[in-house]
Design a protein around this ligand. Structure first.
Ligand SMILES: CC(C)(COP(=O)(O)OP(=O)(O)OC[C@H]1O[C@@H](n2cnc3c(N)ncnc32)[C@H](O)[C@@H]1OP(=O)(O)O)[C@@H](O)C(=O)NCCC(=O)NCCS
Length: 192
């Protein structure tokens, strides 16, 4: 059975592996990455799908402004383990994310993605027609969903990141973690 829950720190490595498998290195060059880089996702809106203890899907939403003074969320990246696709996991993640965003009082969700996929959840290009991503993007892939009617009426301008800045990793902690991992690996090799 697949369950959807909030992402925890221990899920980060599995989530990153999933995103590498789904998007490869190009994921770091996307315009949407400029809006996520160095930021924390919106509270309660980093979700994972889990099956038998394994992360098989991921989606996160981020605070942005849709033109000046117009708070919204940016959805992405969404990915499902290639071995688990076409079982409704991606749809379940998107639907859960939308429901949670609505419950939390957010007004609109933007994303860059395939309209034939995201259309089923109500995303469309029309209400994002006067918005611009910070970098190259395909206009017909910039989609929006209003959670409150009229939330994007007249929206015009640059989409900009507004989320909390992620704390910088502490080098000493990273080195210590690496040493611990090396020691554990050495102990395992000795025990084998
Ligand atoms: C896109 C993705 C998240 C869908 O996850 P999933 O769990 O397989 O999705 P679901 O099972 O909920 O939905 C499957 C349906 O979506 C369709 N679909 C999947 N990707 C699609 C796409 N890029 N465009 C249009 N339809 C798509 C499937 O054909 C299937 O259609 P059906 O319901 O008519 O049979 C997954 O394929 C993935 O991680 N892809 C790699 C990332 C990617 O390509 N993203 C681009 C999408 S913007």
């Amino acid at each position: 059975m697949v369950t959807i829950r909030e992402e925890a720190f221990r899920d980060v490595a599995a989530r990153e592996a999933l995103l590498d498998a789904a998007y490869g290195d190009s994921r770091f060059t996307k315009a949407s990455e400029r809006l996520r880089d160095g930021r924390l996702p919106a509270d309660g809106l980093a979700l994972v799908a889990v099956e038998r203890g394994r992360i098989v899907g991921t989606v996160r939403l981020w605070h942005v402004t849709a033109g000046p003074g117009r708070p919204a969320l940016l959805l992405g990246p969404l990915a499902v383990d290639p071995a688990c696709r076409n079982r409704g996991i991606g749809s379940a993640l998107v639907r859960r994310a939308i429901a949670r965003a609505r419950l939390a009082g957010h007004r609109a969700i933007l994303l860059i993605g395939d309209a034939p996929y995201y259309g089923r959840f109500g995303f469309a290009a029309e209400s994002a027609g006067e918005l611009w991503m910070p970098g190259r993007f395909e206009r017909d892939r910039l989609l929006a969903l209003e959670l409150k009617a009229g939330a994007l009426a007249g929206a015009r301008g640059l989409i900009a990141a507004t989320g909390a800045v992620a704390p910088k990793p502490d080098l000493a902690a990273l080195v210590a973690m690496d040493r611990r991992r090396q020691r554990t690996r050495a102990h395992r090799a000795l025990a084998a």
